[in-house]
Design a protein around this ligand. Structure first.
Ligand SMILES: *[C@@H]1O[C@H](CO)[C@@H](O)[C@H](O)[C@H]1NC(C)=O
Ligand SMILES: *[C@@H]1O[C@H](CO)[C@@H](O)[C@H](O)[C@H]1NC(C)=O
Length: 565
């Protein structure tokens, strides 16, 4: 604003003091008049822009804006004493291994996530009705979208204003200067000068177009048209052919709009909107965008090929329900003790033995299947081989140096599994040792990898109505499991020597595991006769075994560090 500089003020004051009294009075009156005029002008200008701003604020549509996705997860912190897996990689190959891992991880992400993992928000006060969960379609198959409806109340001036603002550039946060002609009549008019400058800021051509748009829009509003818009990205939208009072645009494309002066007719067409995915995928999703005026919504569409169930017939007795499996290597004395103890309690149950001994010894007997492997194929390879031959719903894993007692009641395990059908694995106790653990896992930032701690003794709450059984993440080497679930996770045959927890790590989040204290099995004592020095040599992990395991965790499990505690 205009103001006097200090210098100008000084000149003015000294000039004023030198004047005669009568002149002074005249000057004073003049100064008061000018000041009043200036103040009035300033007031007008401020009020003008203020009311313009407030007008913009009022008519700016309460556009529903979806908050952005949550920020990416931060990298996880390795606990003290963790093994830092990057350090274990051979120096000269480190870069190449890291690059290969990054590529595989990206593929893993692509396989395991979809738009359906996106966080969606329902915004308040919306007249839009749509499915929020459970709308599932088969690939390439038209499927009606249920409950699609518009609940627009009677229009009021606010809604009209919102509609107006929607087509004006002001609402888009552009230049946003209205000429007086565009503003509703309630807009206070202060000075001609202001109007002129505001209109002058805009190119005349653009203004004309905006006015024309507004005129069209206003005309539409006067006819009280309702219009909804829907779009999707991986399919097309269709509805039935409308009658005269409804206009449908984009049927058979990704974006569909329906317009009518009748809410009833519009809703009739909305109720008949179908989605058809246009690409084949067995397990994917799409997000539908639904808009009416300034109200927006996103809802998920699950695209899924139904799976054929694979069921097991439980038959009538324990033999048709459970197969006992074990893996042996150079421990025939122990194996024979185990088999004899099994037969004492379960005379005809099937026993599967995977055997990778150097000089295999034939094991005979009713319902005993011995599978001879190439020598020293390893621990998990043997477990996998045995699992692959099971035809019953459940398998019971035992080590070859265990022995059955009167407390080895397989039926109790089966009862637990049948009572809680979501369970995949239930462990017991070996010579009084229930050994169970939880796995604390953080995915990390997706670049360095996750952090994992195997925590001995970790468990959750008891199973419903089974106070002696608890949910946990991993159990001891004596467990009953669903055959299909174990096959899905598998025992990684790369793990040749000491390995057990690794199965539960690979299965974290896919296996429901529990531990029960009442089902027990015995562990044979080491004696001079049953100890094979050659066995010990293979069984004891070497430094290179540990290094290999760490590399496996680094790459396969995309871990940064792990800790067994
Ligand atoms: C790790 O150990 C250091 C030193 O003993 C200690 O200050 C720190 O709090 C520990 N960090 C964690 C995560 O336990
Ligand atoms: C659907 O329309 C909205 C608004 O026009 C747009 O922002 C969005 O990108 C569109 N979505 C798809 C999948 O085309």
């Amino acid at each position: 604003m205009t103001s006097f500089t200090e210098h100008e003020q000084n000149i003015f004051v000294s000039f004023y003091l030198q004047m005669p009294e009568s002149n002074k009075r005249l000057v004073l009156v003049a100064v008061i008049c000018v000041t009043t005029l200036l103040l009035l002008l300033m007031y007008c200008k401020t009020m003008g822009s203020f009311s313009l701003a407030s007008q913009q604020m009022v008519i700016k549509p309460k556009r529903s804006t979806f908050p952005r996705q949550l920020p990416p997860s931060p990298s996880c912190e390795c606990m003290n004493h963790s093994v830092l897996l990057k350090d274990v990689l051979p120096k000269e190959q480190r870069e190449a291994i890291m690059q290969r891992r990054t590529k595989e991880f990206q593929q893993h992400k692509a396989r395991t996530s979809s738009v359906l993992s996106k966080l969606l928000y329902a915004l308040p006060n919306s007249p839009l009705q749509y499915p929020i969960q459970g709308y599932t379609v088969r690939p390439l198959t038209p499927t009606l979208i249920p409950v699609l409806e518009l609940h627009a109340g009677k229009r009021d001036s606010y809604k009209r204003a919102a509609r107006l603002a929607q087509v004006s550039p002001a609402a888009e946060g552009g230049l946003g200067t209205f000429s007086s002609g565009q503003l509703p009549s309630s807009q206070p008019r202060c000075s001609k000068h202001h109007e002129g400058s505001a209109a002058g800021a805009q190119p005349p051509k653009k203004q004309a177009k905006t006015e024309q748009q507004l005129a069209t829009e206003t005309a539409r509003l006067h006819r009280e048209l309702e219009e909804v818009f829907l779009n999707v990205s991986k399919g097309i939208l269709t509805t039935v052919t409308p009658d005269a009072q409804v206009t449908v645009n984009g049927a058979g494309t990704r974006g569909l709009s329906i317009e009518s002066s009748s809410l009833v007719l519009l809703n009739e067409l909305l109720a008949k909107v179908s989605y058809t995915s246009s690409t084949y995928h067995i397990n994917s999703g799409d997000l539908a965008f639904f808009r009416f005026e300034s109200h927006e919504a996103l809802f998920p569409i699950v695209i899924k090929q139904p799976q054929v169930p694979v069921l097991y017939d439980m038959g009538t007795d324990i033999r048709s329900q459970v197969t006992i499996i074990t893996k042996t290597f150079l421990r025939y004395p122990q194996l024979k003790v185990l088999l004899a103890s099994i037969r004492k309690f379960y005379p005809d149950i099937t026993v599967i033995i995977a055997d990778d001994s150097f000089e295999p010894e034939h094991i005979s007997g009713e319902n005993i299947q011995q599978y001879i492997m190439p020598p020293a194929q390893g621990w998990f390879a043997g477990r996998n081989l045995a699992v692959s031959q099971v035809i019953t719903k459940y398998l019971l894993w035992v080590d070859d140096d265990f022995f059955f007692t009167e407390n080895t009641k397989i039926e109790e395990f089966v009862e637990v599994m049948e009572a809680v059908p979501e369970l995949d694995v239930v462990g017991g106790s070996v010579e009084g040792n229930q050994f169970y653990f939880s796995i604390l896992y953080e995915e990390g930032d997706g670049v360095e990898g996750g952090c994992l701690i195997r925590k001995s003794g970790g468990k959750f709450h008891p199973l419903p109505d089974l106070p002696k059984c608890y949910f946990t993440h991993g159990v001891v080497n004596f467990f009953l499991a669903r055959t299909d679930a174990v096959r899905r996770v598998g025992f990684d045959p790369q793990l040749q020597r000491v390995a057990h927890s690794e199965f539960f790590m690979d299965g974290l989040g896919s296996l429901m595991v529990a531990t029960c204290q009442d089902v027990k099995i015995g562990h044979q004592r080491k004696t001079a006769e049953n100890t094979n020095p050659r066995y010990a040599k293979f069984r004891t992990p070497t430094k290179s075994d540990d290094g290999f395991k760490s590399q496996l965790h680094y790459f396969k499990n995309h871990l940064k560090c792990f800790l067994y505690s």
